[in-house]
Design a protein around this ligand. Sequence first.
Ligand code: KIV
Ligand code: ZN
Length: 503
Amino acid sequence: MRMIKIFDTTLRDGEQSPGASMNVKEKLALAKQLARLGVDVIEAGFAISSPGDFEAIKTIGGEVDGPIICSLARAKEVDIKRAWEALNNVPKRRIHTFHSTSDIHLKYQFRISREDALKRSVEMVKLAKSYVDDVEFSPMDATRTDISYLCDVIEAVIEAGALTINIPDTVGYSIPNEFGNMIKTICKKVKNIKNAVISVHCHNDLGLAVANSLIAVLNGAGQIECTINGIGERAGNCSLEEVVMSLRTRRDIFHADTKINTEEIIRTSRLVTKITGISVQPNKAIVGANAFAHESGIHQDGLLKEKTTYEIIKPESVGLTSTKLVLGKHSGRHAFKTRLKELGYVLSDEELNNAFERFKRLADQKKDIFDEDIEALITEDVAKVPEIYSLVDHYIESGLKKKPTATVTLKVDGKKIKKKKYGDGPVDATYKAIASITNTKSNLLKFEVKSITGGTDALGEVLVTLEEGGRTVRGHGADTDIIVASAKAYINALNKLEARKKV
Ligand code: KIV
Ligand code: ZN
């Protein structure tokens, strides 16, 4: 059985999804979860692209054990030096450098010859190699590159010290048969290919990213680059959960597997949704709400008789357990801490105190506390940013014959401000009051409400997307009162906008 390496780029390419940008705290929380999931490599960012990315790579490198931590770098001296500065104290580190190789990119974007692109790639791999042993090189837009030139570049950068050669289908243009043949040709034509691992990085513009990655494995690829929920530039990247479960479920075909702890898949997927605000479609394979729901009577009949009649993957194997009652009003701090640990969260004393306080408040409002409720409490902390605005009080009047009115008090930079507004409904009135207090110029692009568990006392979760001056942010809020959850989500997004303005 070959072991395929999983290179997760949720924090880098995934973050290139419009509006998905994450702060350092959010990236660290996600990186810790990716380590629990068992990925081999975390591409934690693109060090030169922003101070936030630089900080995230450094912080993740210092605090996350297990996976190799990687920074992206263009084939430029300044990029590679910056990647090294972010990684220099990280025990398991990689620099991933890239240069376009297709004639389209060389002619129109870089305006350099094939020879110059090859020379620059070799020089920059050598430079990266002078800093770290583990160097990966990507010939960008490989699938639209002349194959003979592509093989020359690959051979030269392996000679220069690259240990991983990543073949990106940058614009999601390739189809499986063609992509499989490309990997096969590389294995045949590149003389020193045995000295490197072949990786693939497929985009999903034609919906073929997972299929292309799988055919690459059949033709010799040993690493797959992917993201949780398939998020990423444009139509996204190869989805980690789909490619991993395909390999695991069809080991008979692939004779390959990964070291992913698949029981962590659902939790990781939910965390990505909460942090980025990008929900997965209900029919999404593996992690969609309907992925294990059987609606047809014939299917249900079969399932009741024998699960394997209509189930190719056990829901438990991806971490989908039936909602478990865990705690309630009388549960103490020790039980809470133990359950958190079982769920994989290790908090500092201060974080634990804050979370326990919120848990007690929730237990007063809600009789039964489920795992999902606890996860929502913890994520609320992760999604927090420095608070310029915080909710102090909120009063609603609404009814069949009453014009909805919201009276909201916010603390703005330490000063309390109260406003009363009418609206089409209680949420609209609340948002108008908050907008008036904060004087925001942002536009509300999206408003989504979900219930975290069942029952009328369930925690409601609200995700909002705001836009201002080309910046898009997502806010998250959870509460047993859906109007309060809506207010929290809006305020969280406004705080994120303010934080971004300072970067
Ligand atoms: O899609 C792409 O080509 C990339 C490279 C930087 C690997 O993301
Ligand atoms: Zn990409």
